[in-house]
Design a protein around this ligand. Sequence first.
Ligand SMILES: [Zn+2]
Length: 255
Amino acid sequence: MAIFDTHAHYMAEDFCGELIPLLEKMPEMGVEKIMAVGYSLESSREELELARRFPYIMAAAGIHPENCMGLPEDWLTQLEELLAEPEIKALGEIGLDYHYEGFDKDLQAEVFEQQLILAQKLSMPVIIHSRDACEDTMKLLRKYRPRGVVHCFSGSAETAKDVVKLGMYVGFTGVLTFKNSKKAWAACEAVPVDRLLLETDCPYMAPVPHRGEKCHSGMIKYTAAKMAEIKGVSTEEMIEICRENGERLFLGGSE
Ligand SMILES: [Zn+2]
């Protein structure tokens, strides 16, 4: 097995002193590559440190929509400096999140657009977060046409097809293994295998039979098994295909 977990958050504070021993065990668990994704300047720096320490970890840096408020004036310059580090392979996660009240939609859109423009300038793939904001997210993706992935996909099969039409990838988490995830199954079914990515979004979204536990990249095999069932291939093949897809997107394999 050579798993590529294309979306993980490994913050020391979430793993109570056990993060480093856990990450050291990843190769034993069949995990070959991990994309450690930042959601603020601070978390992006923390993920960069992990990528420097572990050869199988790469990092993404970006400002998540929930962290748009209170950014320093020079945030974009700081972000661009981070993105110049060789261990950082993507700009993310970025996007729109209308789930909770109290987050300024205009500010979210502005920070998202600035980062899409930066991705264009740097020719970097993006990792998109979109929650309850499908229409506005798609509008901006159509406008800027980035290379990248819509992660933890929660939209309809129709939207999944639209994402693929834009040449982008669609990432699925442990949500695929939950009962009543019909919408996610339909979306997964609608995406061609060469556009699918496997991800944990850990420490959240642990797949069944670990639902509710703290998630880590070693649990991704359960998500892979469900995805494989939907696509009618073996779990091994699914893991292999998704790893190749991730390498193509983030490590510059041929499209
Ligand atoms: Zn995430």
